[in-house]
Design a protein around this ligand. Sequence first.
Ligand code: AKG
Ligand code: FE2
Length: 297
Amino acid sequence: MKTFPEVERRRDLSPDEFFESYVDQKSVVMEDMVVDWAASGRWNTDYFCDVIGDMRIKVKPGYLPTGAVDFLPFKNYAQLVIAYEEQLSQGEAGPEDRPPYLHDIPMLSMCPRLVDDAIPFPVAYLPKWYRSQWWEFSQFFFGPTHSLTPMHFDSLETHNTFFQVAGRKRFVLVAPQERQHCYLYKWRWSHVDPDNPDFEKHPDFLKVSPTETTLNPGDVLYMPPRTLHHVQSLDLTISFNIDWQTAKTALRGAAAIFRGMPLENVYYNSVAAAGLLTGLPSRVLFPLYKPYLDYVS
Ligand SMILES: O=C(O)CCC(=O)C(=O)O
Ligand SMILES: [Fe+2]
């Protein structure tokens, strides 16, 4: 694994400074920001078996973006993960044996009890439009050690605030200005593995200066729109994100139709722009936006 310079880390970053100095400018880790949530001690495999054990969930074999999906009850999935972690610790399994990855599921909307575990939620770090029902915009991730999301940017060109609850996750980031050197395909995916780049095939990637960070439980990562990210689970991990827009970036996202953004994404950005510009509450517009959360990857 290559190592890259560290993403900036801040403790006690105020909402004002966050919006002034980071939003739409640079990535930052807000260290220990949510370490006091009940979720911190509570979210583990047993707890999720209690809370959503019988829920049929969608999982994907680890190799995005083309992997097939599978549906199974969470408790059956958890058994696969537990067995794998045990074998891994005994040296009887390797990364390639890992079970599928449960990712990009609107789990907090599906199971409101989980929302109570994420209190106090730092709503001041989101635009007002998102604050009253922030959880509706979240996507959830639960994965075994070595789960991998290959390098991509988020499809609506949203800001991403990423909450790490259990286990450690390593992010390799590429700033938006450098993405033209990243051999993109299907709008948002990169052909380059930043940990193991093939410079014969991808010589332009030599111009890129990635950074990296390993999130510990309780850390929160902010990434500006169009930041490329390559994400590896270093342990069994549980996380969720919120993809959000400001009025400015939602309009920019809607105008991205001229840069090749898929039409469906342009539509979702137009819905967000309508809410952020007119003040129509998210509860009114959310039904139009919700299908995005099932389509995101
Ligand atoms: O945690 C992961 O595996 C991927 C996270 C991600 O791509 C995102 O939050 O947009
Ligand atoms: Fe992403």
